[in-house]
Ligand binder design. Sequence first.
Ligand code: MG
Length: 289
Amino acid sequence: MFLTSFYDPATSALTFGGFTAEGLIPIQRAVDRQHWLYDRNLGEVVAHPSGIQEALEALSRVSPSLGLDQVRYAPVIPRPPKVVCIGQNYWDHCREQKVNPPDRPILFAKLPNAYNAHRELIPVPPGCTQLDYEAELGVVIGRTAHRVTPESALDYVAGYTPVNDVSARDFQFGDRQWLRGKSQNGFAPMGPVLVPAEVVSDPQQLAIRCWVNDQLVQDSHTGEMIFDVRTLIAFISQGITLEPGDVVFTGTPNGVGIFRNPPLLLQPGDLVSVQIADWPRLENRIGPS
Ligand code: MG
């Protein structure tokens, strides 16, 4: 079972629950009102040492009561304290843009206005003519990580989620800085599922794919990462303390739109789907501005 964040269709309140092929299980179906999990959001659950385990145990005892299409989803961590992103972190992505692989991880960030959810629209920013996708593995932090070693780094991971590092290439390459091009409203879709770290034996052995409408445009593997998840967490945490609920976008493989021949840039109405391994896909349609 996966975990997910959504709005209760009866009350519109933010909540979380189980995500299965048969439907959703609201946490309120699995625990009674006195239980500490009853009115938590998934960001609070991952921050609790046994939160994910307790939630999964409770949710596994009941059947889905909501259809997968019956709710509005929230970002899988509804309000991460921060989102740290890695640029140029796949060997095949460096080859396609003819840049030398970096000798250390390249860090940038996404601001909270960019946080977005499964099946929500991605708006086209005013003036943007080069809107692009980047399928990525998102790493959700579960314990405060300060100056951790690569050997221990995965102990700080609560789980993994599909993310899309949506990019306005004209802003990204025209500015001397990536922030504006990477952090427009809605440019950080995350979800729909949190896959607990316990069931991912090796984050460097995951297929990563992206579709635009029905066309497969990215088809790679997390083994192509230049700096693996352990190394990234250790590197970031030297001077940037990672907190529970933080999400790390670990970079995208080859096949992004701007470097295709001819380029494939996103237009209003296009549907972008990101898939990691065989987990449920993160789907977003491109909206108007
Ligand atoms: Mg990226």
